[in-house]
Design a protein around this ligand. Structure first.
Ligand SMILES: Nc1ncnc2c1ncn2[C@@H]1O[C@H](COP(=O)(O)OP(=O)(O)O)[C@@H](O)[C@H]1O
Ligand SMILES: [Mg+2]
Length: 616
């Protein structure tokens, strides 16, 4: 497998180690503060023991009210230990804060980095990847798998270490205090990790069901909200509500199921403490009575027993958490190891567009059984106006995608200036050829930002600046696509905010904005994929006029030259004045020629023309 720039091998091999290395400082500081915290936490029962021992050494009257008059040395000892106890508690508050801070930074930064890497990888992927992986699946990887991985290398690792450190500190202290009490009171404790492990297994399973149901509920909610107009117009509100309630109830049921098992967690832990303490009373009682041990030791020991329960829980829980996160990472790894079918390996930079040649081009979708395009041949010179027509499904959109390398053609099948597309640097290719897609897609930003979208240049990693697009330029292109008037009537003009996918615009307005977005880039070649289908004939004529004389500034000569235009259209009126018209039918070129010639020679073209009222 070749090295993936978004995911280095070290990450794929051992993600935990990779992120510990990457965030070494935060991780190590977090660990140091965790060890200090646990040491301080283990120390304070000793101060309690000291105080109690001093008090009880005075005999029974000492613990009665007003019955205690300590010797000056005892008073000093008690005061000293109380002071130490207080300082320890203060220290604990500070170190607890510190380890949380550093540890939090380590896994937060790791999650942020991982999301960026996945996203970077996604942007390099081609069509076969997006056919294989649905948007829903990819979102769930980006959101919940990253989160669960973060829990693994954060909380999972943390509680595992925390547990281990506590055992390493507390167990020797217990043995030091009373070896015989230690093994008797802790004998059942190792059962806890097994119980917790089983419990977490069940909880993870129920949690997974809960997540699946939540995903379903979100899907249904989203569909209902976006389809609300259809629902209303068919008077299906109450039926949809029932439909929604079903999903909602099933999600709630899954939540309850998780809560039921989750509720067992604390009782198991607390039972561990309680049983240890009961055994301690049995075992230690006689020793205290006989004077072999002090009450202070008993109290301190009880504290240590309760401190040993969490590590037992932590080992089971941390391990399960880690396992779960690694299962999520295997899904992330699976995404990273999928290779793009349009790798950006070309090094050639073209400063000018001279011609486009399509040679014996055939294309089949990765999951398809038949060629969608079959042996296509044509040539287009700089400055030409080309019409591309054909019945629905004849392959027009697919062909345009191949010309811009959004789909991969075989080497040598699509050439710009005689150079096969995969040899040209992708960014350079896309600055030469700008496409207006069939489905207008706008971002939920302002009209100005959408229009200037293609002018945004990435300067350095993650930093993007939009060239200052002045009002004059925006107005010029808005006029060219005949939308200036409508924009100027909006209260905020070009600074009007668009809704999601541009919902607050009509279909025709969206189309015109996407055309303007392409034209503004000064790319020498523009491809319009049925981009005038939602505008009226008047508007179409105006845009046709703009396209007819569409010029661009050539970087070398600074002389304006006509742009090369390929226009897919259903209305023959949109393309009848083209320099050449390519007629596609069932993935093959049926004819190439001028309008007048095709009317005479091409049967498919004749039929289209006839339906549209052209006399033959
Ligand atoms: N993503 C895809 N996967 C599989 N087949 C597809 C895909 N997109 C389009 N097709 C098929 O390719 C053929 C050409 O589609 P398209 O290029 O969109 O035609 P046109 O733009 O001429 O209407 C159609 O038969 C269509 O079903
Ligand atoms: Mg199409």
């Amino acid at each position: 497998m070749s090295e993936n720039s978004a995911a280095p091998r070290a990450l794929l091999k051992n993600p935990l180690l990779f992120y510990i290395r990457q965030n070494q400082r935060s991780f190590v500081l977090g660990m140091i503060f965790l060890i200090i915290t646990n040491s301080l936490d283990a120390a304070y029962p000793l101060f309690i023991k000291k105080v109690l021992d001093e008090v009880t050494a005075q005999g029974l009257p000492a613990i009665l009210p007003n019955g205690f008059t300590p010797s000056s040395e005892a008073a000093r000892n008690i005061g000293l230990n109380c002071g130490l106890f207080f300082l320890t508690m203060l220290g604990l508050a500070i170190t607890r804060y510190c380890w949380r801070l550093f540890f939090g930074r380590y896994h937060t930064e790791a999650a942020e980095d991982l999301r960026n890497r996945i996203f970077k990888h996604l942007t390099t992927m081609g069509p076969s990847f997006f056919m294989k992986n649905s948007v829903g699946e990819l979102l769930s990887v980006l959101v919940s798998d990253v989160q669960s991985f973060r829990n693994a290398i954060g909380a999972g690792v943390l509680i595992f270490f925390d547990g281990t450190i506590i055992i390493a500190i507390v167990l020797p202290l217990m043995i030091w205090l009373e070896p015989s009490w230690t093994w008797k009171t802790l004998i059942f404790l190792p059962l806890i990790p097994f119980m917790i492990k089983q419990l977490t297994k069940i909880i993870f399973a129920t949690f997974k069901t809960q997540q699946t149901r939540l995903a379903e509920l979100s899907g249904v909610s989203q569909e209902i909200v976006s389809g609300i107009r259809v629902i209303k117009s068919f008077a299906q509100e109450s039926n949809r509500l029932k439909f929604y309630n079903r999903y909602n109830a099933s999600y709630e049921e899954a939540c309850l199921q998780t809560a039921r098992w989750d509720a067992l967690f604390m009782p198991v832990m607390e039972f561990g403490v309680a049983s240890g303490s009961v055994i301690l009373l049995f075992v230690a009682g006689p020793d205290v009575f006989s004077g072999a041990a002090t009450i202070g030791t008993l109290v301190a020991f009880q504290r240590y027993i309760s401190k040993m329960v969490w590590p037992m829980t932590a080992l089971g829980m941390g391990y399960s958490q880690y396992q779960k996160g690694m299962a999520s990472f295997s899904r992330i790894r699976e995404i990273f190891t999928q290779q793009t079918d349009i790798p950006d390996n070309g090094h050639i930079e073209l400063s000018q567009f001279k011609d486009l040649e399509v040679k014996n081009l055939s294309f089949r979708f990765p999951d398809g059984t038949e060629n969608v395009l079959e042996n296509i041949n044509f040539q287009i010179k700089a400055g030409e106006l080309v019409g591309l027509v054909g019945p629905v499904g004849s392959g027009k959109t697919t062909l345009l995608h191949l010309l811009t390398r959004l789909y991969p053609a075989q080497p040598g099948q699509v050439l710009v200036n005689g150079i096969s597309l995969e040899q040209i640097r992708q960014e350079n290719l896309h600055s030469l050829i700008s496409m207006v897609p069939q489905e207008a897609f706008l971002f939920s930003e302002t009209i100005a930002e959408n229009m200037a979208f293609g002018l945004t240049k990435t300067q350095s990693e993650g930093e993007a600046t939009t060239e200052l697009t002045n009002q004059k330029i925006l107005s010029h292109w808005a006029t060219a696509v005949d939308i200036e008037n409508e924009i100027s009537h909006l209260p905020q003009g070009f600074n009007s905010q668009l809704g999601e996918r541009g919902v607050n615009l009509s279909g025709g307005q969206k189309q015109r904005l996407t055309i303007a977005r392409s034209l503004i880039t000064n790319a020498p070649v523009v491809l319009l994929d049925d981009s005038l289908s939602a505008v009226d004939v008047n508007t179409e004529n105006k845009i046709k006029g703009s396209l007819k004389n569409l010029e661009h500034n050539q970087s070398e000569s600074n002389e304006p030259a006509l742009r090369t235009r390929i226009i897919v259209a259903h209305r023959i009126s949109s393309i009848e004045n083209s320099d050449k018209i390519i007629v596609l039918n069932e993935g093959k070129v049926a004819a190439i020629g001028k309008h007048a010639d095709l009317l005479k020679s091409c049967e498919i073209y004749q039929k289209m023309a006839l339906i549209q009222g052209y006399g033959l």
